[in-house]
Design a protein around this ligand. Structure first.
Ligand code: COA
Length: 257
C-alpha cells in the first residue's frame, strides 16, 4: 500500500485518507489502484458498513495529477487504475461519507456526487475546472451535477469553472452540512458511524432503490464522457494547458467579473 492513501478501520467504518498533501492530494495512478481495491473490498466485506473519505493537510483533493495527462496515450484507457476506481465507487453498495476541507477540485469534486453525505468545513472550495483545462467533466458529473443542483447551476459551474465556496455548494444541495474546520472531521466520522450501525440490509436496500433509477444512466454517462475526455486530453489545446500548469505559467482563462 502506498502511503499516499491511508486506510484505517473504526469499527464498521473504513476510513480512507488521501495523503499527498505536498501536491494538495492530487491522485496518481498508484493511488487510484489502492483506492479501487479498498472500495471493492469494502463492498465485499460484511464487517465494513460505511466508508469515510477525507484528505490530509487541510485539503480534500486537487483532482487528477495533471502530470499524468501529458503525452500519455494510455492514461485514460478503459482499464486504467482511474477507471477501475470510478467503477468501484459506482458499484459500491455501502454508504460513503465525504469530509471536505480546503480544495476539492476535478475528481475531488465529482467524487462528491457519488457520496451519500458530504460534510464540509466553511473554508471548503469546490471547482469543476475541466473546460479551463481543455477537458470535459468526468465521473458521470455531466448527468449527476444537474440532477443534484439543477441544470442552470450545473451549466454555470461546469462552463465557467468558477470556485464555489462551501456556503454556495451547500445552498445548491451539493453539500449536506457546513461546519467550522475544527469540528468537521468529528462530524463526518459521527455520520459514518451512525450509518454503520443502521440495520444493514434495510440500509443497503434503501440506498439501492434510491440509486436504481439512474444506475444505467450513470454508467452510460461515464462511458460517453470517457470517450470525449480522452480525445480532448490528447488535443494540442489541452496538452499546452497541462504544460503551462506544470511550468506554473498563467493558464490564460478569464474569470467572470
Ligand atoms: N496535479 C499535479 N500537481 C498538482 C495538482 C494537480 N492536480 N494540484 C496541485 N499540484 C501541485 C502544484 O503543481 C504544486 O507543486 P510544486 O509545489 O511542486 O510546484 C503543489 O501541488 C502545490 O500546489 P499550488 O498550486 O502551489 O497550491 P495552491 O494552494 O496555490 O493552489 C489548487 C491549490 C488546488 C487551487 C491548485 O494547485 C490547482 O488549481 N491545482 C490544479 C487542480 C486541477 O485543475 N485539477 C483537476 C485535474 S483534472
Amino acid at each position: 500500500m502506498t502511503a499516499d492513501v491511508l486506510l484505517h478501520r473504526d469499527d464498521g467504518v473504513l476510513i480512507v485518507t488521501i495523503n499527498r498533501p505536498a501536491k494538495k492530494n492530487a491522485f496518481t495512478a498508484q493511488m487510484y489502484s489502492v483506492l479501487a481495491a479498498a472500495i471493492a473490498e469494502a463492498d465485499r466485506r460484511d464487517d465494513i458498513r460505511a466508508v469515510l473519505l477525507q484528505g490530509e493537510g487541510g485539503n480534500f483533493s486537487s483532482g487528477n495529477d495533471i502530470g499524468m495527462f501529458v503525452n500519455d496515450k494510455a492514461a485514460e484507457h478503459k482499464e486504467s487504475p482511474a477507471t477501475l476506481f470510478l467503477r468501484a465507487v459506482i458499484a459500491l453498495r455501502k454508504p460513503m461519507v465525504a469530509c471536505v476541507c480546503g480544495h476539492a477540485v476535478g475528481i475531488g469534486a465529482t467524487l462528491l456526487l457519488h457520496c451519500d453525505y458530504v460534510v464540509a468545513s466553511d473554508d471548503a472550495r469546490i471547482r469543476f475546472p475541466f473546460v479551463d483545462l481543455g477537458l470535459c467533466p468526468e465521473f458521470a458529473s455531466t448527468l449527476l451535477l444537474q440532477q443534484v443542483v439543477g441544470r442552470n447551476k450545473a451549466t454555470e459551474w461546469l462552463l465557467l469553472a468558477t470556485t464555489i465556496p462551501a456556503a454556495e455548494a451547500h445552498r445548491a444541495g451539493l453539500i449536506n452540512r457546513v461546519m467550522p474546520l475544527e469540528t468537521v472531521a468529528a462530524e463526518a466520522l459521527s455520520i459514518a458511524r451512525c450509518l454503520a450501525t443502521k440495520p444493514r440490509q434495510a440500509l443497503m436496500a434503501t440506498r439501492g432503490l434510491v440509486r436504481e433509477a439512474t444506475e444505467t444512466l450513470v454508467r452510460d454517462s461515464l462511458q460517453r464522457e470517457m470517450v470525449v475526455f480522452d480525445t480532448l486530453r490528447q488535443s494540442p489545446e489541452a496538452q499546452e494547458i497541462f504544460r503551462r500548469f506544470l511550468q506554473r505559467a498563467p493558464l490564460r482563462t478569464a474569470a467572470p467579473a
